[in-house]
Design a protein. Structure first.
Length: 185
């Protein structure tokens, strides 16, 4: 989550990449559930191998050899499949984000970016806990409130820069939404 939050901030700070910031954060966030799925599959395979042997006897396996039991092929295939899933997810996200109404996108961007602010709030809270800061819970609550509110308000006000131009072909929004007289600021 932290890598996705940092990648989001980097994209926001570079104007040509700004419209891809939300999709980049989603790309990074997709690695979490995919990694959990891959670890679950690997764990189930290890359990099955431990209990099902040719002789029918229960076999114990050595945990330090976990990587060699799994094999590098599984890890490489898992990383490549996760990258593919994350890329397709980010592409679909970018496709849909360009086609929803601006008002709906503005609410979506506000919620997501406020969540990204909470990631930084948790990091600050953990840092304060590690430094044994006095009144850590009060400071954590205050920092979380400031970061979530600040990120959310900034996203609400700057949603147009996070989205980019409306597409010219198949779309659920009109170009006037971006350039017309009633366009929100």
């Amino acid at each position: 989550m932290l890598i996705g939050a940092v990648a989001f901030l980097i994209c926001v700070l570079i104007p040509p990449l700004r419209r891809f910031a939300l999709s980049v954060a989603l790309w990074c966030a997709t690695w979490g559930p995919c990694s959990i799925a891959l670890m679950t599959l690997a764990g189930l395979a290890l359990i099955a191998e431990a209990f099902i042997t040719k002789s029918g006897a229960v076999q114990l396996f050595n945990f330090p050899r976990l990587l060699s039991v799994l094999g590098w092929g599984y890890l490489i295939a898992g990383a490549l499949s996760t990258a593919a899933v994350a890329t397709v997810t980010a592409w679909l996200h970018q496709f849909v984000v360009q086609r929803v109404t601006f008002a709906l996108f503005r609410l979506y961007a506000t919620a997501v970016v406020a969540g990204i602010g909470s990631v930084f709030g948790w990091c600050i809270s953990w840092w304060m806990l590690s430094r044994q800061v006095s009144y850590v819970w009060a400071w954590s609550l205050l920092s979380m409130l400031v970061l979530v509110t600040g990120f959310g308000v900034t996203a609400y006000n700057g949603a147009r820069r996070l989205r980019g131009d409306a597409p010219r072909n198949f779309t659920w929004v009109s170009p006037e939404e971006f350039t017309g007289p009633g366009a929100p600021s």
